[in-house]
Each structure stands twice: as C-alpha cells, then as structure tokens.
Ligand binder design. Structure first.
Ligand code: GLY
Length: 347
C-alpha cells in the first residue's frame, strides 16, 4: 500500500492499493467524524462495486445510503445535481456526515460539487474507479457540473477528505475507457517526467497493466506537487491543461459525444506539438497511437477555434496555452485569442 499526502489548504491522503475498495470502510473510518455516509455513483459502477463498498462501510459501523444516476457525461448537469441534493436531504445528511463519490470523473465531479455546496459544505471521499479519475480528477479539488453553454462551467474548489485508488478496478474498464485515462498519463510524462513518458511509450494498451501501479503512483505524485504549488489554478497548475485547449474544443465540436475527454486531450496534445514543437511530434504521436488514441480530429481548425475562445483559461481577450518543447518540461504561453487563432490557423 502506498499513501501520498496532499498538502493543500486542507491536507488529505491518497491511498493507492490493489484491493483497497474491499476495505474502503476501514480507511474511511479513520477520517470520518460520524458513522453516516451517502454514496453517490452511476448505474454501471453501482452494479460492479456498490455492494462491496456498502458491505465494507457496514462492517466498519457505518449507516449508509446509495444513489446512482445514468452513466455518462450527459448526467453531469444541474438536474442530476438537484436529484443528488434531494437524496442527501432525504438521507438526513448533516455537516458531520460524509458523502462518498464512487465512480469515474463524472461521478467525482458532480458529487464533489454537491459536497461543496450542500449545507455549504460536507466532507467527501473519492473512490475513483477509472484511470482518468484516479490520476487526474479525483485529486486536486476541482469539482463541477456542465452547463448548456459549456463543460465544467459551474464548479468549486473542494478538496476531498480522502481518495482511495484501487487499480484492480481498472480491470473492468473497456479498452476505450482505459485509453482515455492513458491520454492523461501521457500528458503527465510530457509536462513533468521524461522517465514516465518513456515507460508509457515502451508499453501499449494491451500490456500496460504490467506497469500500471507505477504509472498511477507517479501521475498522482506529479499532480500532488503541481496542486500544492498552485491549489487555485492561477499559475503553474495550468500546465495540467496541456492538450486541453484544443482537446476541449474537439469535444465541444462533437457535442461531447463520440469524442471522449481522453481522445480530445490526445488529439489536442498532438495538434499543439505539431504546431509549436514539431521535433517532438513523431515521438508523441507514436506513443498516443500505441494506446489507440487519435492524433487528429475531422473538425476543421476554423470551427474549433471559437470553442477555444470559450476556454476557462482565457482572461479577457487573452488565452493561456501550454507547450512542451522538451519531454518533461511545460511552458505556459499567454497570448491574445486573435494571435492564438492566427498561429493555429497557419498550422
Ligand atoms: N484536471 C486539471 C486540474 O486538476 O487542474
């Protein structure tokens, strides 16, 4: 078992251990103020792990209830959020109790936002069951729901009280969902760790499980360092958005359907690297392709750029985008939206 302590304004541990989902109640009991918890999940994850989590909580003296919604990004909206609030009310959850997010990034994001806002804040625990959620969205305290006008546009910073990562849960993922998380792992290698990049590049989607524990630990530790340095996303944390400016645009162009977040990030990293660091392109693209992720999208650049100008990283007419000119080193480049558009249209 490994533990990573995240020293943000409210410090917490990330437990990384195969099989930890079976004993999550023991770890949760160590940080809980009461013995009452509400679990939020989706229909697929509930079926896979709901009973395991409930049993472990009960064995450790917890009283718990569970609510699940339909799996998928389309559920990360205000209507499902409202259903979660009503469920928390019906479960008589108080500020001393716990909310547990059991699932992938959608579950973690919407549950975290509910925890940040219900009763003006209730502690929450993340049990991420996808690679993307384990190495990215469950750590660092970004929580959100999507609005009709864009993804993650209503949200809050709310650090969890504990994160429990069990890489055995990755075995039930489809290759496509595992690949989605690998896009973020490749990103961590590109922005901060050449050794990690090489490890990922020496494997592929079919054999990466051999080194998954090392990948999960290293990615979370990189995220820890970045988030500790810039918890509220005003500077260094923006490097985590490598590939995301164009990636989010591609996802938006495809209405967030058929082009998952990981695919968008993979293609986004490839686009930006072709434009600003062409010497690294082949190496990056070979790695992306080994995980059956795209290096392109059929969306024409002139149709993607309007989505980029809605990016949350924009600041009144300016945009921050991330470039890696060497593997393991990221730069934040601030420019005007007009200049960014000009540079990308030339690509
Ligand atoms: N997923 C990017 C961040 O946590 O800042």
């Amino acid at each position: 078992m490994k533990r990573i302590r995240v020293n943000t304004s409210k410090p917490y541990d990330v437990v990384i251990e195969r099989g930890s989902i079976n004993k999550c109640g023991k770890y949760i009991a160590e940080i809980a103020k009461s013995k009452k918890a509400a679990i939020i999940s989706d229909d697929i994850v509930e079926e896979l792990y709901g009973e395991t989590v409930i049993n472990s909580l009960k064995e450790n003296g917890f009283e718990c209830t569970m609510f699940s919604f339909k799996n998928g990004e389309a559920s990360k909206n205000l209507s499902v959020l409202s259903d979660i609030y009503e469920f928390l009310c019906a479960s008589n959850i108080t500020r001393n109790d716990l909310i547990i997010a059991l699932g992938g990034g959608v579950v973690g994001d919407i549950t975290g936002f509910a925890a940040a806002t219900f009763l003006r804040g209730v502690e929450f625990v993340q049990i991420p069951t996808t690679l993307l959620a384990q190495i990215d969205s469950s750590v660092g305290g970004k929580t959100a729901v999507d609005l009709k006008c864009g993804k993650n546009l209503a949200g809050a910073f709310k650090q969890p009280a504990l994160v429990i990562c069990d890489s055995n849960t990755l075995k039930t993922l489809t290759p496509e969902i595992l690949a989605d998380g690998m896009a973020e792992a490749i990103k961590y290698g590109m922005i901060r760790d050449e050794k990690l990049f090489d490890l990922i590049a020496q494997h592929n989607l079919d054999n990466v499980d051999e080194v998954m524990d090392e990948i999960v630990y290293t990615c979370i530790d990189i995220k820890r360092i970045v988030v500790e340095n810039d918890e509220f996303d005003r500077g260094e944390r923006m490097i985590l958005n490598f590939g995301h400016t164009i990636g989010h645009a591609i996802e938006g162009y495809h209405n967030y359907i058929n082009f998952t977040h990981g695919k968008g990030v993979a293609a986004g990293m490839a686009y930006i690297t072709r434009r600003f660091a062409p010497d690294l392109s082949e190496q990056l693209e070979n790695c992306i392709k080994a995980y059956r992720l795209p290096i392109d999208s059929e969306a024409p650049m002139n149709e993607l750029l309007p989505f980029c100008s809605k990016d949350k990283k924009r600041e009144s007419g300016n945009i921050n985008y991330i470039v890696c000119k060497e593997i393991g080193k990221a730069e934040i480049v601030k420019t005007t939206v007009a200049e960014f558009n000009r540079l990308m249209e030339e690509a």
